[in-house]
Design a protein around this ligand. Structure first.
Ligand SMILES: Nc1nc2c(ncn2[C@@H]2O[C@H](COP(=O)(O)OP(=O)(O)OP(=O)(O)O)[C@@H](O)[C@H]2O)c(=O)[nH]1
Length: 554
């Protein structure tokens, strides 16, 4: 098995603990390990060299965020640079948009129909399957009328294969006329596309086991006569070091507009993606994640970056980094709380944290080995649209209103509702929640304040403010057991085991599950405690939970 980057960097960077910023020497040493990790993941050497040089400049002098170790800091820098490089112009979905259909942004369909899409690549890379997957997606999400044509005259079975996939997906395929050359088929497909009123024509070309002259000439010719809006290079994620030659040849000889990475469901480390992206400068647009027709996803740079660095690293990293931010935020609010303050600005900042959790949810969903935690996070029912509405309500208030909610009377409520596109009852509900939160905060203060708690939580989570490895796998029952045995800090156990629901967690640090019989701790709005089954007073999220856990009464 490959060793993850964090494992590699552990020893190297351990000695840097306590340092304020990363020096040239620290970075050089760390980058030697990064280099090996990238090479092991099959990233091509020239790409590795460029990447390292870029990251080195970025890392030297970087301040090491408090409560993150230098090792984590380096991984974060490397990870961010990898994601940036992999994502390129296609980018990643905006905050809270993980589920939005981005087909129209990913594929250029802005030419006079029928829009030609040319699929190229080596034999067996997944061209035919991907053609059908794309056709199905265009049909279902974009309501496009699609025609597929196989230009593979090398293997008669290939044309038949596409026809079968067409039937399966309900997408038309060009009737097969034996003896025609690829260019003739391509022209016929475009004619048929025009006559038949098709929006898109997908041209699936023949592949060879290795690149050869004949293949390149043939594909280049097809490209010339059809002038495709997209020429997609389909490559297997397992291609390894050949990625560079394949991508270079197809890009130089034919010209590609994007890359589709297939078999991402396999266990390849995915270094090929980085090589191809770097060498061609073309974006990786889509990825195949299985043999089924719907197993096609938008390219997710984070997922591939995670694999390149070694599975699991990024999960803990992102988690730790996010928690660090949340800790800082929580401490800031805690300081205000200590002065008896919790206004709507604070609530807004909590809502933002909850939305960040939503993003983490999406990211975690992609990582193997965190299945349990994924379930817990899913069970938390983070309802993005409701949180967004609540944010909109607060954002429609004047700064004075946010600081002094008590001045918000009827006419102001009407204005706020109109400004946020909501209704007065919703504004009322939010104000009530804010009040309840304030009360809960006061209770927490009695328990030693959030700052103290945040520190204790930091201790619990491995001293650095992050979750210790493995805690993500811990299920709510286990946490409850620990609470019973007194293995949790007193405040936390109290929140987990008592029925009163005293609220034990600082805002933004909602534990994934409350114990059976326990009340809902002070989770931020929108984050219900999925495991909590008891009659304890639910904090606030009642109206935000999209589904109530079984057996829980309103
Ligand atoms: N697991 C997995 N299998 C895939 C994926 N994409 C394609 N396949 C499988 O890979 C095999 C080859 O795919 P094809 O689509 O026939 O490949 P091709 O590039 O068209 O091959 P030629 O027509 O011979 O050039 C098929 O068994 C597909 O089901 C993927 O994303 N994941």
């Amino acid at each position: 098995m490959f060793e993850g980057l964090s494992g590699r960097l552990g020893d190297v960077l351990e000695k840097l603990r306590g340092k304020g910023s990363l020096s040239q020497d620290d970075v050089n040493e760390a980058m030697r390990e990064v280099r090996v990790a990238l090479l092991e993941a099959d990233v091509a050497l020239p790409v590795v060299k460029d990447f390292i040089a870029k990251v080195k400049t970025r890392a030297v002098g970087q301040e090491v965020i408090q409560s993150v170790t230098p090792g984590q800091m380096v991984i974060k820098i490397v990870h961010d640079a990898l994601v940036e490089m992999l994502a390129g112009q296609v980018g990643t979905p905006d905050e809270g948009e993980a589920d939005r259909d981005r087909t129209a942004e990913i594929l250029n369909l802005n030419v006079t129909p029928p829009v030609p899409i040319l699929m190229v690549g080596l034999q067996g890379s997944g061209k035919t399957t991907t053609s059908a997957k794309i056709a199905l997606r265009l049909k279902t999400t974009q309501r496009k009328k699609v025609l597929m044509a196989s230009l593979d005259v090398q293997r008669p079975a290939a044309q038949h294969q596409l026809a079968v996939l067409g039937e399966q997906t309900g997408v038309d395929t060009l009737p097969i006329i034996m003896g025609q050359k690829p260019v003739q088929i391509a022209k016929r497909a475009m004619d048929e596309g025009r006559k038949g009123g098709y929006d898109v024509v997908i041209l699936d070309t023949a592949g060879r086991l290795a690149i050869d002259e004949e293949l390149m000439v043939e594909v280049a010719e097809v490209r010339k006569v059809t002038n495709p809006a997209e020429t997609l290079l389909v490559t297997d994620a397992m291609i390894g070091q050949d990625a560079v030659t394949v991508a270079t040849e197809f890009n130089d000889r034919v010209g590609i507009t994007g890359i589709v990475l297939t078999r991402v469901d396999g266990d390849a480390r995915g270094g090929a993606a980085l090589s191809m992206r770097a060498i061609t400068g073309r974006p990786i647009k889509l990825m195949g994640v299985g043999e089924k027709m719907d197993a096609l996803e938008d390219f997710q740079a984070e997922r591939i970056a995670g694999r390149i660095l070694g599975m699991g690293d990024v999960v803990s990293l992102v988690e730790k980094a996010a928690r660090t931010i949340e800790m800082d935020e929580a401490e800031k609010i805690a300081r205000r709380m200590e002065k008896g303050k919790f206004d709507l600005e604070d609530m807004l900042s909590q809502l933002k944290q909850v939305r960040r959790m939503g993003d983490i949810k999406g990211l975690l969903g992609l990582m193997p080995g965190v299945a349990k935690m994924k379930k817990q996070i899913e069970a938390a029912n983070i309802d993005d649209s409701l949180i967004k509405r609540q944010e909109a309500i607060i954002l429609s208030m004047t700064p004075r209103e946010r600081r002094h909610p008590e001045i918000i009377k009827a006419s102001r409520k009407k204005r706020i509702a109109a400004g946020s596109g909501t209704a007065v009852p919703e504004v009322n509900k939010l104000l009530k929640q804010h009040q309840q939160m304030g009360q809960m905060m006061k209770q927490m203060k009695k328990m030693g304040g959030m700052k103290g708690m945040a520190e204790r939580m930091g201790g619990l989570f491995g001293g650095g403010g992050g979750m210790p490895d493995g805690l993500g796998d811990m299920d709510p029952k286990m946490l409850a057991e620990m609470a019973k045995k007194g293995e949790l800090p007193p405040e936390l156990s109290k929140g987990l085991s008592k029925g009163s629901g005293d609220g034990a967690l600082p805002p933004g640090l909602g534990a994934p599950g409350g114990a059976p019989g326990g009340g809902s701790p002070a989770l931020p709005p929108g984050l219900g405690a999925p495991g909590g089954g008891g009659p304890g007073r639910s904090g606030l999220p009642a109206n935000l939970m999209t589904q109530r856990p079984k057996g829980r009464k309103r």
